[in-house]
Ligand binder design. Sequence first.
Ligand SMILES: CCCCC/C=C\C/C=C\C/C=C\C/C=C\CCCC(=O)SCCNC(=O)CCNC(=O)[C@H](O)C(C)(C)COP(=O)(O)OP(=O)(O)OC[C@H]1O[C@@H](n2cnc3c(N)ncnc32)[C@H](O)[C@@H]1OP(=O)(O)O
Length: 187
Amino acid sequence: MTPPAGARPPVRHPEAPAPGEIIGSHYEHCFGCGGGQPHGLHLETRAREGVRVTAEFRVKEAHQGAPGLAHGGVLATALDETLGALGWMLRVIAVTGRLETDYLRPVPVDTVLHLDAEVLAVHGRKIYCTATGRIGGPEGPVAVRADAVFIEVKIDHFIENGRSAEIQAVLADPDQVKVARALEVNP
Ligand SMILES: CCCCC/C=C\C/C=C\C/C=C\C/C=C\CCCC(=O)SCCNC(=O)CCNC(=O)[C@H](O)C(C)(C)COP(=O)(O)OP(=O)(O)OC[C@H]1O[C@@H](n2cnc3c(N)ncnc32)[C@H](O)[C@@H]1OP(=O)(O)O
């Protein structure tokens, strides 16, 4: 999780979304951000200054682990999804290689989790990043946090590994192809 010697500070891509801009869902059926998942997290992420994004997630009844409390895996998903959106700030496609979570406070159903993620360093294809989830407001106490290493991939990663029915469907959708191509403009 510690960036190796030779890692460099992240550089915000000149065509990154402007600070305050909503970063739309990368895939309608994504459990983290897609509108087509009834029990999904429906995370809405915004670009911030630097190589940073924020997001909000309201915990629903479908997200319980213990009675009235969010499931830890769902909270990890919220952190993972927010970290995943950092790819837009670098304009690269990246997948989670490693995700290490700390659970500091229980998160009741109906709580809004205020998420904040930033890239710390980049080394080759490895992107070192960190995220927090606060409750009671954006300045409230940290309930969950994560450190992660994301690995840059090309679109082929999805085309070669995804189930063919879904891949054919996204390849036939011009808006979806536009999303994927937009992430590949990194010089
Ligand atoms: C048009 C059709 C496609 C449409 C797609 C639509 C939209 C796409 C746009 C965005 C979508 C992008 C992401 C989704 C966003 C958010 C969702 C949240 C994110 C996720 O939920 S995403 C799912 C979970 N995620 C996975 O499903 C990954 C499974 N995994 C693999 O697919 C491989 O494992 C891979 C690719 C990771 C690496 O494989 P590889 O062969 O390419 O690379 P290799 O192994 O050579 O590693 C290269 C360097 O990374 C280091 N490294 C590797 N693994 C590491 C690890 N675990 N920890 C620390 N370092 C690691 C090595 O040590 C080496 O480092 P070094 O260069 O220093 O030697």
